[in-house]
Design a protein around this ligand. Structure first.
Ligand code: FAD
Ligand code: NAP
Ligand code: SF4
Length: 681
C-alpha cells in the first residue's frame, strides 16, 4: 500500500541539494524580523517548524536597502554585521535539520515611508507616500542591492533566498504599464519591462554560485486592470528560468487588487490552476500557493501534476507539527488554519507581533509553553466554546485531571453558529481539531450537562474555570415584545442555531461582526460561493490572463436570495470594527448583494409592518422599512451566574472568554485567555 501523502512527502532534488519533502513554509511577516533583539525568538519560531518537518522555510521579507523598506525601520539585510546577527536563526534551523531561505522584499511604491522608489513617481492606493522615480543609475543601484543581499544571506548561513517578484512590490511595478511608463531600457515593451527581474536573478546567480537556492516568486495573476497578459507572464517565467532560478513560486494578486486572495471566504486551492499553467512553461520546479491548508489538498494538487511543491504559510502558524502529523498519518490532529487573518495579518497591519487565533503559541514559543505540571489538580471547565476547549485541552495535556461540561449536545459554543455562515466553513476544522484533542489529551467530556453550583461543588475541584460565554443583548424598542411573540422579531441565535424560517425582506439591528455574517447568511440562502470555485470566480471577476489582461473581468454576482437592510446607531460606514484585511471583503461582498445599510439611526418602533427609524439627534426623516422579519444582532452580555455562588462557597473560580468580558470578544481572545490560564495552573 502507498503511504499517505506520498507525493507531498517525496524528496525534491534541486541538483546541489535535496529537500526532504515538497512542503515550503511561505514567507510571513511576523514583526520579529524588524528588531535584532527579537532574533532569538524568531530562531525558536523557525526551529520549532523545522523540527515539525517542513522541507524548506522562507523568512518574512527583508529589504535589500532603505529604499526597499516596507515601513520605517523594517527588517533589512545590507551589511556583513547585519548578516552576523542572522546566524542565531540559521544555526537554530540547521541544528533542527531544517532549511531556510531569506526573502528579499523591496516594497517599491508600497513603501510606507518617504524614501520609497519605483519605476515612476506614481503613488500607490495603499501608501500616502509618492515614490521617487528612479534614474537608470538608480535602477542599477537597486539591482546591486538585491545581489549584495543574496550574498549576505549566504554569508549569514541561509540555504537560499526568495526574490519577491509579485504582490505588486517593486519588481512587479516594473512589469506593468500603469506604473512603468519609462522610455529607457527599463520601460516600454515587455522585453524592457521584464529586464529588471531577469537582470536581478542572473547577476545574483553569478554572485552566489550554483550551490545556493534562488526562489523567484512570479506574479502569475496580477488581478489588477492593466496587469500582465499570460503571454507576458510566460515570457518572464522562461527568462527567470534561464537566468538561473532554482524554484518558481507563484504569487497571486497585487495588494491593491480588489479580489480577495487568502481570506477564509476564498475557496481552498483557488489558484492552483495558475501554477499548473506555469508548470507547462518551465522545467524547474514550480510551487503553488494560496488557501491550501490541509495535507489532503496539498497531496491532491501534487498528485494531479499541477505543481511540484506546495507553499503553505499560515498553516504553520496554526500548527508547527503539520508535516510530522501528516507523515505519521495523524492529519486529523492538525490544528488547521481557518484563514481568518485575525491574529496574523491583522496584527502585522497594526504593527503588532503576529500570532495565530487557533494557536496563541505562534511567535511566542520562547514565552508560552505548556509544560508538564508538577502538582496535578482536579479541574472543572464549564463551557466547551473556544475558551473552554482551549483551557481544558491545555490543562489536560499538562497532566491535570479535567472535566469539561457543556449544556449543549456538541462542543464548540458559538463556533457552531459561525460555521453555518457561507464563507466560514473552515470553522468546522477547529471543532474537528478540538474533538480529537479532547480524546488525545484525556479530557473527560460531559455533553448535555448543565453545570450548577451544587454539581460543581460536589465535584471537589481544585479549580473551576467558567467559560460559559455570552447571552445575546436584548434591546428595548417600542413594540418589540409583541413582535417577538409573533415571531417577526428574532435573535441571531433563533436564525443560526434554531434555524427559524426568515422571509424575503429582512432588517438587521446591529452591524457588527455578527450583523455582517447574518447578512451573508441571508443573501446566500445556504449556497456558499466558497465551496463553488467557478461561481466564486464569477462573483469576484477572476479569469484566465490568457483571456483578459491581469486576469480580471467585470464581477457578475448572482442575485441575492433576500433583500436585507443592515442598521446601526453609530454614524459612519458600517463594518469599521471588522478586521483590517477582511473588512473590505465583507463590505464589497454585501454591496454586490445589494444589502442596504443605514447608519446614525434611531429605532423608533416596531410593528407588524416592519421597523420605523429616524436619523440623528433631532430624530428626523422618519423611514418605515417594511420587512417580513427583524433579526437582532446587537452584541452580547457575559453569562456568569455561576460565579458568585461558587465564590461564596469558597471555590477557586476563574472567568475566561465571553464569561469574563463580552465587549469586543472574539475567538482569538477566548482561546488565548483559556490557553494562558491553563498554562499557569
Ligand atoms: P461560547 O462560544 O459562547 O461558549 C460558551 C459555552 O458554554 C456554550 O457552549 C454553552 O452551551 C456553555 N454553557 C453556558 N453555561 C453553561 C452551564 N451552566 N453548563 C454547561 N455549559 C454551559 N469570533 C472570531 O474570532 N472570528 C469570527 O469570525 C467569528 N465569527 C462569528 C460568527 C458568528 C455567527 C458568531 C455567533 C460568533 C462569531 N465569533 C467569531 C465569535 C466567537 O464565536 C466567540 O467570541 C467565541 O465563541 C466565544 O467563546 P467562549 O468560549 O467565550 O463562549
Ligand atoms: P458587536 O461587534 O459589538 O456589534 C454589536 C452591534 O450592535 C453594533 O453594530 C452596535 O452598533 C449594535 N448595538 C449595540 N448595543 C445595541 C443596543 N442596545 N441596541 C441596538 N443596537 C445595539 O457584536 P456582534 O456583532 O454581536 O459580535 C460579537 C463578537 O463576535 C464581536 O466582538 C466580534 O469580534 C466577533 N465576531 C467577529 C467576526 C469576524 O469576522 N472577525 C464575525 C462575527 C463576530 P450601534 O451601537 O452603533 O447600533
Ligand atoms: Fe490562520 Fe487565523 Fe491563525 Fe492567521 S490567525 S494563521 S489566518 S488561523
Amino acid at each position: 500500500m502507498k503511504p499517505a501523502y506520498s507525493n507531498l512527502l517525496a524528496p525534491l532534488d534541486l541538483g546541489h541539494v535535496t529537500l526532504k519533502n515538497r512542503v515550503l513554509m511561505g514567507s510571513m511577516h511576523t514583526g520579529l524580523e524588524d528588531r535584532r533583539k527579537n532574533f532569538p525568538r524568531l530562531a525558536e519560531y523557525f526551529a520549532e517548524r523545522a523540527r515539525g518537518g517542513v522541507g524548506l522555510m522562507v523568512t518574512g521579507g527583508f529589504a535589500p536597502n532603505v529604499a526597499g523598506w516596507v515601513s520605517p525601520f523594517a527588517g533589512k539585510l545590507a551589511s556583513s554585521s547585519a548578516a552576523k546577527d542572522h546566524r542565531v536563526i540559521t544555526d537554530a534551523v540547521h541544528r533542527a535539520d531544517g532549511r531556510i531561505a531569506l526573502q528579499i522584499l523591496h516594497a517599491g511604491r508600497y513603501g510606507y515611508h518617504p524614501f520609497a522608489v519605483s519605476a515612476l513617481k506614481i503613488k500607490s492606493p495603499i501608501s500616502p507616500f509618492a515614490p521617487k522615480a528612479l534614474s537608470a543609475r538608480g535602477v542599477e543601484k537597486q539591482i546591486q542591492a538585491y545581489v549584495r543581499c543574496a550574498q549576505l544571506s549566504r554569508e549569514a548561513g541561509y540555504d537560499g533566498v526568495e526574490v519577491m517578484g509579485s504582490e505588486g512590490y517593486f519588481i512587479n511595478q516594473f512589469l506593468v504599464t500603469h506604473v512603468n511608463k519609462r522610455s529607457d531600457q527599463w520601460g516600454g515593451d515587455y522585453a524592457n519591462r521584464m529586464r529588471l527581474p531577469v537582470e536581478i536573478v542572473s547577476r545574483m546567480r553569478e554572485a552566489v554560485g550554483k550551490d545556493f537556492i534562488i526562489i523567484y516568486r512570479i506574479s502569475g495573476l496580477d488581478l489588477i486592470p492593466d496587469g500582465q497578459t499570460w503571454e507576458e507572464i510566460e515570457t518572464l517565467a522562461r527568462g527567470i528560468e534561464k537566468a538561473g532560478a532554482s524554484i518558481l513560486n507563484t504569487g497571486i494578486g497585487w495588494h491593491e487588487a480588489r479580489v480577495p486572495t487568502i481570506a477564509t471566504s476564498v475557496p481552498r486551492g483557488a489558484f492552483a490552476w495558475v501554477t499548473e499553467k506555469l508548470k507547462a512553461v518551465v522545467d524547474i520546479p514550480v510551487c503553488t500557493t494560496n488557501r491550501i491548508n490541509t495535507p489532503e489538498l496539498a497531496e491532491q494538487i501534487l498528485a494531479s501534476g499541477q505543481a511540484d511543491m506546495v507553499s503553505m504559510a499560515r498553516p504553520f502558524l496554526a500548527d508547527a507539527d503539520f508535516v510530522n502529523k501528516a507523515a505519521a498519518d495523524r492529519a486529523q490532529e492538525i490544528n488547521t488554519c481557518i484563514a481568518c487573518n485575525q491574529a496574523c495579518l491583522d496584527h502585522t497591519f497594526k504593527l503588532k507581533i503576529a500570532s495565530c487565533l487557533v494557536n496563541p503559541r505562534a511567535c511566542h514559543e520562547t514565552e508560552l509553553n505548556y509544560l508538564p505540571t508538577k502538582a496535578k489538580k482536579k479541574i472543572a471547565v464549564v463551557g466547551a466554546g473556544p475558551a473552554g476547549l482551549a483551557a481544558a485541552t491545555v490543562a489536560a495535556d499538562r497532566g491535570h485531571e479535567v472535566d469539561l461540561f457543556d449544556a449543549a449536545s456538541e462542543i464548540g459554543g458559538q463556533f457552531n453558529m459561525a460555521k453555518t455562515i457561507p464563507g466560514k466553513e473552515e470553522f468546522f476544522e477547529t471543532l474537528r481539531y478540538f474533538r480529537n484533542k479532547i480524546a488525545s489529551s484525556g479530557v473527560r467530556l460531559h455533553l448535555d450537562t448543565q453545570a450548577t453550583p451544587e454539581s460543581l461543588l460536589a465535584g471537589n475541584y481544585d479549580e473551576i474555570l467558567l467559560a460559559t460565554g455570552v447571552t445575546p443583548r436584548e434591546v428595548s424598542i417600542p413594540g418589540i415584545e409583541e413582535q417577538m411573540q409573533t415571531g417577526r422579531v428574532l435573535s441571531y441565535v433563533d436564525v443560526l442555531a434554531k434555524k427559524h424560517e426568515v422571509g424575503k425582506r429582512v432588517a438587521l439591528i446591529g452591524a457588527g461582526g455578527i450583523g455582517f455574517d447574518m447578512a451573508e447568511y441571508l443573501v446566500h440562502e445556504g449556497h456558499s460561493p466558497t465551496l463553488d470555485l467557478p461561481l466564486w470566480n464569477k462573483e469576484w471577476g477572476v479569469t484566465d490572463p490568457e483571456t483578459s489582461r491581469g486576469g480580471v473581468v467585470r464581477p457578475e454576482p448572482s442575485a441575492p436570495a433576500r433583500e436585507v437592510f443592515l442598521l446601526q446607531r453609530k454614524s459612519g460606514k458600517p463594518g469599521k470594527g471588522l478586521g483590517k484585511t477582511t473588512g473590505w471583503i465583507h463590505r464589497a461582498s454585501l454591496q454586490a448583494k445589494k444589502v442596504q445599510t443605514r447608519s446614525g439611526v434611531n429605532y423608533e418602533s416596531i410593528d407588524e409592518r416592519g421597523i420605523l427609524i429616524s436619523y440623528g439627534e433631532k430624530r428626523e426623516n422618519a423611514e418605515l422599512i417594511e420587512v417580513d422579519h427583524i433579526v437582532v444582532c446587537a452584541g452580547q452580555e457575559p453569562l456568569r451566574a455561576l460565579q458568585q455562588p461558587l465564590l461564596d462557597a469558597g471555590a477557586s473560580v476563574h472567568l475566561i472568554g465571553g464569561a469574563d468580558k463580552a465587549a469586543e470578544l472574539d475567538a482569538k481572545r477566548a482561546i488565548n485567555q483559556g490557553s494562558r490560564l491553563a498554562a499557569r495552573l
